[in-house]
Design a protein. Structure first.
Length: 372
């Protein structure tokens, strides 16, 4: 649902009736992950896509029927094992279960506020009730607050609320099930989560940095360009960076919060900048650390880092020379090479051509990861 946040927020603010179809289960090779939604409004306008095209026509018809019918939510399944797989199924070989519903009028206002936060790059969490014995609860979409609590109205079964709060803390969109128990009917909910954009820190105001900042922004990173030389580190030279900072790289990193999704790209290949910067970076739980330079430059860099006390295990985290071997020469090509390596490392994939692999090309573990 967060993939269509801007349009859905507008439709909710203007109280435009709409139906939303959301992937709640995905198995095998499917193009889009759990939580992906497609919406249709009363005028037939469409936002988003469920499958990249192959079942969207059928989903559109289901949404229109939902808008003109009695409004009761439905589950629909599409997959390669269906008899009509080639007509409306997933020819890529996977299977998806889609939950189709109308947006409840009582949910519009708070849903508009929550979805607007996605555009502001704020963390967002929603709980979408996909199965409930109480028809009043089925199809409700409610915000999950930062402390894991939900609005008081409508009342949500305590066990389902607790499971939703636990899923919220993982940072990944997850379908949770509350089993039947004493005084509790079975229920299910899809928890949609959106963490703030991860940071890409690029050090070195060089020509390659402009292309890399554009690639990083395209991938959903919040890009910061840092260089100690004020004549080079200017916003005009790096229009794609969200922020341009003039400071010594190691000093800037020392005061900058980072996490396990942060990508650090060192493009200066100058020891007086690189060594103190990398000494700090390699002690942090970053998602990616790469440094530009020739193999000779990197060999000397490793000697200096060892002399600074950086451990062998820490040095194995340094990707240098930076980027994948795709024959890149120009700055844009090099940016693609670096971006591809960042994706491969952060998602723990080998970067092998898909033609040389077997099995699903959209692993569930990768799709569930809430990273760019």
């Amino acid at each position: 649902m967060l993939n269509i946040a801007a349009t859905l927020a507008h439709w909710c603010r203007t109280h435009r009736p709409c139906a939303v179809a959301t992937v709640i289960i995905a198995t095998g090779s499917t193009p889009l992950p759990v939580g992906t939604s497609m919406a249709v409004d009363a005028d037939g306008n469409v936002a988003g896509s469920i499958s990249g095209g192959c079942v969207d026509g059928s989903i559109y018809d289901l949404c229109q029927r939902m808008l003109t019918g009695n409004g009761a939510p439905e589950h629909a399944r599409f997959g390669s094992s269906d008899a009509d797989a080639w007509a409306a199924g997933l020819m890529c070989g996977g299977n998806i279960t889609v939950y189709v519903q109308r947006i409840h009028p009582a949910d519009r206002d708070h849903l508009a506020i929550a979805l607007a936060a996605v555009g502001d790059e704020q963390p967002v969490a929603l709980m979408q009730v996909t199965e409930a014995a109480d028809p009043v609860l089925a199809g409700r979409v409610l915000p999950l607050f930062d402390d894991g609590t939900l609005p008081a109205d409508p009342p949500i079964p305590a066990q389902l609320a607790a499971l939703a709060a636990a899923a919220h803390r993982t940072g990944a969109s997850t379908l949770v099930h509350s089993p039947e128990g004493p005084g509790c009917a079975p229920a299910s909910a899809l928890v949609h989560t959106r963490r703030p954009a991860p940071d890409m820190l690029i050090f070195g105001a060089v020509e390659f940095a402009d292309a890399l900042s554009q690639a990083g922004r395209f991938l959903g990173y919040r890009v910061t360009l840092c260089d100690a030389r004020p004549v080079f580190a200017t916003p005009d030279r790096f229009p794609h960076a969200h922020r341009v900072v003039t400071d010594w790289p190691h000093r800037f990193l020392a005061r900058t919060p980072t996490d396990e999704r942060t990508a650090v790209c060192v493009l200066t290949h100058d020891p007086k900048f690189d060594i103190p910067l990398l000494r700090d970076a390699l002690q942090r739980p970053l998602g990616y650390i790469g440094a530009m330079g020739s193999r000779r430059t990197h060999a000397r860099r490793l000697e200096l880092l060892r002399a600074e006390g950086v451990s062998p295990s820490a040095l194995t985290r340094l990707n240098a020379p930076i980027g994948l071997d795709i024959g890149a020469v120009t700055p844009p090509e090099t940016a693609v090479s670096i971006a591809a390596e960042i994706l491969a490392r952060t998602r723990r994939c080998p970067g092998t051509p898909l033609a040389d692999t077997s099995g699903p090309i959209h692993p569930r573990a990768v799709q569930a990861a809430n990273v760019p």
